[in-house]
Design a protein around this ligand. Sequence first.
Ligand code: HEC
Ligand code: HEC
Ligand code: HEC
Ligand code: HEC
Ligand code: HEC
Length: 232
Amino acid sequence: MANIFPRWSNLLPLKIAVCAGSAAAGVALAFAYYATPKAQVVGYQPSQPIPFSHKIHVDQLGLDCRYCHSFVDVAGHSNVPTGNTCWNCHQHVQRESPKLAPLHKSMDPAFPGYDGKPIEWVRIHKSPDYVYFNHSAHVNRGISCQSCHGDVHKMEVVWQDQPHSMGWCLECHRAPEKHLRPLEEVYNFNYGDADVTKYSRDQSVKTTQDLGLKLKEQFQVKPKESCATCHH
Ligand code: HEC
Ligand code: HEC
Ligand code: HEC
Ligand code: HEC
Ligand code: HEC
């Protein structure tokens, strides 16, 4: 028989069954779970195989996000860099740091215990399989990493800063002007009201939100809200 429901709806019967089968307490718990997506993921901060600091590499050394996350503006998926990217610098810099032992194990044939295996970073942000998300469609339309990932440039250890729930996606799709920036500012984590006059001589445009509204009209930015946008 043809499957008339989209694939993501397969989970729903299971959820209904779980709820129906449990006692009142279980139902209350299930409700709390779905009613508060924020508590589920915001703040998730696993420890990583190497204590890599965005604060050092972005804020202090001034590296651009795209130096390491090189697919983010050309593909749907944002990659995490391979050991080669780190090795470019760390075959010369901080060679003796014990924190970099896993990098040497992966990249340095002269290192005792070398195995050439990739570093296993623990993934932090993950949408469910039934959600379609695309990075380049956002950053190339003036949405910054900062809107969705927070102040990563100040993080010693990355955590999930925003809920990434359906309600959260829709909040911005309904009012993108709060977040829209000129494309030149998407990777600038210090962007603020002081930058606005660079882009508009109009006296009434004073804040990043005023400018966002202008950009929305000028470039006809209209994020969709239909279910098929995010659930194929
Ligand atoms: C020198 C390389 C490098 C630079 C530059 C860099 N990152 Fe990363 N990023 C990493 C590595 C390695 C990881 C995986 C380890 C970790 O989570 O710290 C990572 C992880 C992340 C994650 C979490 C990924 C997940 O698992 O969900 C986000 C979000 C992120 N970076 C955003 C940014 C942003 C935004 C910038 C620019 C402000 C940036 N990064 C600059 C190397 C880099
Ligand atoms: C552009 C060059 C460059 C790249 C690329 C780079 N680093 Fe670094 N990294 C540095 C420099 C320079 C320092 C020292 C900063 C300081 O001491 O203030 C450093 C410091 C570190 C430290 C701290 C070492 C200690 O003992 O305090 C770690 C860990 C580290 N880097 C891991 C990584 C990893 C993992 C990657 C790849 C995802 C990476 N770095 C990519 C230049 C780089
Ligand atoms: C509109 C919101 C949004 C913007 C803007 C955004 N991200 Fe993401 N990011 C997400 C979501 C949602 C996920 C989880 C995606 C998934 O599971 O497929 C994610 C995942 C990631 C990951 C983890 C991917 C993996 O496979 O481990 C990295 C790294 C990342 N983002 C980096 C960035 C960087 C760097 C920027 C800016 C250049 C950026 N993101 C801009 C929402 C966003
Ligand atoms: C901070 C604002 C913001 C957030 C948060 C956001 N979006 Fe978007 N989204 C946009 C904008 C702006 C566009 C581009 C609209 C346009 O091109 O007119 C867009 C476009 C899209 C598109 C169309 C992409 C394409 O290929 O054409 C999809 C799919 C999408 N968003 C999914 C998501 C999902 C899923 C989430 C939550 C995980 C999310 N968005 C969160 C602002 C946002
Ligand atoms: C802008 C993107 C976007 C749009 C548009 C959207 N969704 Fe979602 N939807 C999501 C995301 C992201 C999740 C996953 C939320 C999470 O992980 O907490 C989700 C989850 C769901 C779930 C599972 C909920 C659960 O409790 O697990 C259902 C059902 C759903 N969406 C139905 C719909 C329907 C019906 C529409 C149209 C009215 C729609 N969605 C429109 C992004 C979207």
